[in-house]
Design a protein around this ligand. Structure first.
Ligand code: HEC
Ligand code: HEC
Length: 206
């Protein structure tokens, strides 16, 4: 499977969605010192849903993430370490305290797994690959939000495709061990392994 072609197709779709949302100008964050978390979160709701359960597909669900992961990701967007189409601009409008407050607000909401299509034939293979290469840090089949890794199970596939593309291009940094395992998996199983993982994560729709 031409992973690159698939990625490009998704990227184009993503850009089209971004361009047509028209939400950017409105969402430019204002300084809200001392604002309560609910008020801060109002800015995010247009894209990520009122409870952090995004309607996707290129916008990730942000409810139920760990505080550490949430805050580190927002910092990464703000300082440019994590590549983004939109969040870099948004994250710059908040301070560390507001990141924490938003992280806590969304962290208290449950992660809602996306209803989306997937290739049923690949799910078993994906589950095996996940166990072998990813489960150590993305525990419980990728549902766990413990520590500083993101939730993979039930996250929107197009969003995850972007992340895989960024990791593999070296545009987004991953922990050394994750990089090693990803490389090992790709060397052994090729890009089809990514398709299988994506199907496995998308198949989780409780
Ligand atoms: C205009 C739409 C839009 C708005 C408004 C928006 N986001 Fe995002 N968010 C995105 C997109 C798209 C991504 C994927 C990264 C990118 O391309 O920017 C994302 C990614 C994220 C992530 C990473 C999730 C993960 O699993 O790694 C977090 C956390 C996040 N946003 C938090 C917020 C918060 C908090 C706000 C409000 C202060 C907000 N976003 C407002 C569109 C938006
Ligand atoms: C050594 C621990 C570790 C292993 C093993 C690992 N990861 Fe990660 N993963 C992390 C951490 C930590 C992050 C957060 C990275 C950051 O700081 O941006 C992450 C982030 C991610 C993200 C981005 C999530 C989001 O919401 O944006 C994806 C996708 C991902 N990992 C997939 C995988 C896959 C697939 C594997 C197996 C091939 C894997 N990881 C193995 C620790 C790990």
């Amino acid at each position: 499977m031409a992973y690159k072609t698939f990625t490009t197709a998704i990227l184009v779709t993503g850009l089209a969605i971004g361009a047509s949302s028209g939400a950017l100008a409105d969402s430019k964050p204002k300084l809200m010192m001392g604002a309560n978390p609910k008020m801060l979160a109002d800015t995010c709701a247009g894209c990520h849903g009122t409870d952090g359960a995004s309607q996707g597909p290129a916008t990730p669900t942000i409810a139920g993430l760990s505080t550490d992961y949430f805050v580190e990701t927002m910092e990464g967007y703000a300082n440019g370490e994590i590549p983004s189409t939109i969040m870099g601009r948004i994250a710059k409008g908040y301070n560390a305290e507001e990141f924490k407050s938003l992280a806590k607000y969304y962290g208290d909401e449950p992660f809602t797994q996306a209803k989306q299509s997937f290739d049923a034939k690949l799910v078993k293979t994906g589950a095996k690959l996940h166990d072998k290469y990813c489960e150590k840090c993305h525990a419980e089949g990728g549902t766990s939000a413990e520590d500083d890794a993101g939730v993979l199970a039930g996250q929107w596939t197009p969003y995850l495709v972007w992340q895989f593309a960024d990791f593999n291009a070296g545009d987004r940094d991953s922990p050394k061990k994750m990089k090693k395992r990803m490389k090992k998996m790709l060397d052994k199983k090729g890009s089809a392994s990514i398709q299988a993982l994506l199907s496995y994560y998308a198949s989780q729709q409780k």
